[in-house]
Each structure stands twice: as structure tokens, then as C-alpha cells.
Design a binder for this molecule. Structure first.
Ligand code: COA
Length: 119
């Protein structure tokens, strides 16, 4: 289940975000969290499995498209299809906007089946 981030999820979100190669340093991590908290166009989502948050997906939403800046899954739950499930779900939530990747998220997003916009 993909759930929109709120402040009470901050610690678990930072933990999941830190699995992104460029987010390992605390200072960078805090800056990134600040971007998501301050900009309405930047949206963070968490994947809940049972009682635990095990995945994170962060997007920047713009007119007609959205960019996936962050995607990560707790190492104990990798290879279970959670990454793919989060990408599929965000495409539904974004309602037909084109999905774009960054250099950091492209390798995984390329593996996810493209859901073309149904305009
Ligand atoms: C990338 C990541 C989110 C995938 O999550 P996941 O829940 O394990 O993914 P799924 O179970 O849905 O899919 C597994 C598939 O993705 C592939 N995959 C995993 N990491 C990948 C990566 N960095 N680049 C490309 N493919 C990747 C696996 O090899 C596997 O492929 P297969 O089905 O052909 O065997 C997870 O490995 C992770 O958190 N990595 C660290 C953070 C990161 O580097 N994010 C950016 C990735 S570009």
C-alpha cells in the first residue's frame, strides 16, 4: 500500500532514503527531506507492508509529467516486487502524466513496464 508521507514518518523515511547512493550523508539527507517538506510539487510516498514501512518513492510533479527522484526498498525486502509495485501505483496516482527518471533512478525505472498515459 502506497501512503503519502507525513512528518510523523520522518525517521523511517530518512532511513529508507539513505539507501539511495547519493543520500548516504546525513547533511544531504536532511537537505533532501527539507525539499520534500517545503515544496508542494515534491511528493514523498512510503510503501507499507503489514505494520512496517519498507519502501520509499519520491517524485516531483509538474504540468503533464512527473520525475521520480528517489526509489528505495529496505534490503530485507528487495526482490519481492515492491519497487515495481510502487512505480505502478504512482503511475495510477499521477493520472496519465508522463513518468520521467533521473540519472539516479533510470536504471531501475527502465526495468519497469511503461504505463502510457490514457488521455
Ligand atoms: C532499486 C530498488 C528500489 C528495487 O527494489 P525491489 O523491491 O528489490 O525491486 P523489485 O523486486 O520490484 O524488482 C527487482 C528487479 O529490479 C532489479 N534491480 C534492482 N536494483 C536495480 C538497479 N539499481 N538498477 C536496475 N535494476 C535493478 C533487480 O535486478 C530485479 O530484476 P529481475 O526481476 O530482472 O531479477 C532496490 O534495489 C533499492 O532500494 N536499491 C537501493 C536504492 C537505489 O539505488 N535506488 C535507485 C535505483 S536506480
Amino acid at each position: 500500500m502506497l501512503i503519502r508521507y507525513k512528518k510523523s514518518f520522518e525517521k523511517i523515511a530518512m532511513g529508507l532514503l539513505s539507501f539511495m547512493p547519493k543520500e548516504r550523508e546525513l547533511k544531504k539527507l536532511q537537505q533532501t527531506m527539507h525539499i520534500y517538506e517545503e515544496n508542494p510539487g515534491w511528493q514523498l510516498y512510503l510503501w507499507k507492508k503489514g505494520d512496517d514501512f519498507v519502501g520509499l518513492l519520491g517524485v516531483e510533479v509538474e504540468e503533464g509529467f512527473f520525475t521520480v527522484h528517489h526509489v528505495s526498498v529496505n534490503p530485507s525486502h528487495r526482490g519481492e516486487g515492491i519497487g515495481h509495485a510502487m512505480v505502478e501505483k504512482i503511475q495510477q496516482i499521477m493520472q496519465g502524466r508522463e513518468m520521467r527518471a533521473t540519472k539516479d533512478t533510470e536504471p531501475f525505472l527502465k526495468k519497469c513496464p511503461e504505463k502510457k498515459a490514457e488521455l
